[in-house]
Design a binder for this molecule. Structure first.
Ligand SMILES: Nc1ncnc2c1ncn2[C@@H]1O[C@H](COP(=O)(O)OP(=O)(O)OP(=O)(O)O)[C@@H](O)[C@H]1O
Length: 373
């Protein structure tokens, strides 16, 4: 398989900068997800690894070799796209055989048969082998597209939103299958998506791309719990992290514009022993500085006697849990609570949060104080 490195990559189209100084290091056998909104530069990055696009600046390395002069075929990568590129009049078997039959490197018939059979078994499409591809469902077609990549045994799989055209249920099923497949093949995957749930559930590592720049790279756990800036904090997580403006004053967090105070140390008795705030990273140096406080909805909880009073503005039922919108003055804040929580709209409630989980961001730069060092 392969180790992929992108070093100081920039790409401009005319006077539009699609990628700026991008660095990525994808380990051999890693499932790496590039996550970003539309237009962030995901497809451009993928096409550069595939050899379909040349960087304006910087280099792409595969297994330590600069592949600038290698064409797409020499790079030995397989691309799976959102739109399945199958031959509609051909059967599934013929579609799977097709990539193995170019004149220059035609494989022996027995080898072709074996690879097709294995791919079909892995993707559970054996029963479809003799069916024409225009008679398949979307999920089946996408399996065949992935099969066309697998049979080639490429060094790297490049996947450009391969699940986004499928309905929610199928997407979920194929997410698991793709992850299993990657582990089974031990292959290096670069998977591109705008869907943070896909990224968090499949990636060994996730790179968050914003306007052509990598904002943060890390495990899903790191990205979720320790977002580098307010962009990552609000992009990853559903509902997103609550971001509330405020300042630290005498070791208390004063949140504007409602002026409610968050104690930095919350009494051990009432609030479960949590005594520090923001991972213990409070110091005199931050006093008075404008900050943004990030609190995940699941770290907010209702409790009588808790420090802040709010009104319930909205209640969404999500089966096992409810997502509440709480109103404090003009500020809205989301809280994920158990479905058994009995609340009504406009009801007054009191809430607290897990102080260990609060992330403080510099208001000016948006960067987390933990990352700013
Ligand atoms: N061939 C091109 N010519 C001009 N601009 C381009 C070209 N290819 C991409 N761009 C621009 O570069 C930026 C990045 O595009 P890219 O397709 O990589 O984004 P993306 O993150 O994959 O978006 P999406 O999720 O919508 O596919 C966009 O602003 C796009 O319009």
């Amino acid at each position: 398989m392969a180790h992929i490195q992108l070093k100081n990559i920039s790409k401009t189209f005319g006077n539009h900068t699609a990628l700026s100084n991008l660095n990525l290091d994808i380990a051999d056998g890693e499932f790496f997800v590039l996550l970003g909104e539309t237009g962030a530069g995901k497809t451009t990055t993928l096409r550069m690894v595939a050899g379909l696009e040349k960087p304006t600046e910087g280099q792409v390395f595969i297994d330590g070799v600069d592949v600038a002069d290698w064409g797409a075929a020499e790079r030995d990568v397989a691309l799976v796209l959102q739109q399945y590129s199958l031959y509609p009049r051909y059967t599934v078997r013929q579609n799977l055989e097709f990539p193995l039959k170019p004149k220059i490197r035609r494989l022996p018939d027995a080898e072709i048969k074996d690879r097709v059979a294995r791919a079909a078994r892995t993707l559970r499409i054996e029963h479809l082998l003799d069916r024409k591809t225009d008679r398949l469902s979307g999920g089946e077609m996408q399996r065949v597209s992935i099969g066309r990549a697998i049979v080639r045994k490429p060094r790297v799989f490049l996947m450009d939103e391969p699940l986004s055209a499928l309905d929610a249920k199928l997407r979920e099923a194929l997410r698991t299958e793709l992850k299993n497949l990657q582990m089974q093949l031990g292959a290096t995957f670069l998977f591109v998506t705008h869907d943070q749930i896909e990224a968090m559930s499949m990636g060994d590592k996730v790179g968050v791309l914003n306007h052509g720049r990598i904002v943060q790279t890390g495990t899903p756990h790191e990205i979720y719990n320790n977002p580098r800036d307010t962009y990552v904090a609000s992009f990853v997580g559903s509902p997103p992290m609550n971001l509330i403006d405020g300042r630290l004053v005498n070791d208390r967090a004063v949140m504007a514009p409602v002026n409610f105070e968050l104690p930095l140390t919350i009494g051990a008795k009432t609030f479960g022993g949590a005594k520090t705030f923001g991972g213990g990273r409070t110091s005199g140096a931050t006093d008075g500085r404008p900050l943004v406080f990030g609190i995940r909805p699941e770290d907010v909880y209702l409790e009588s006697g808790a420090p802040v009073e709010a009104r319930v503005h909205d209640v969404e039922n999500h089966g096992v849990e409810k997502i509440l919108t709480l109103r404090v003055g003009d500020t809205m804040l989301r809280a994920t609570v158990p479905a058994t929580t009995d609340v009504a709209i406009e009801q007054p409630v009191r809430f607290a949060w897990n102080p260990d989980k609060v992330v403080m961001f510099d208001k000016g730069s948006g960067v987390s104080l933990r990352h700013a060092g």
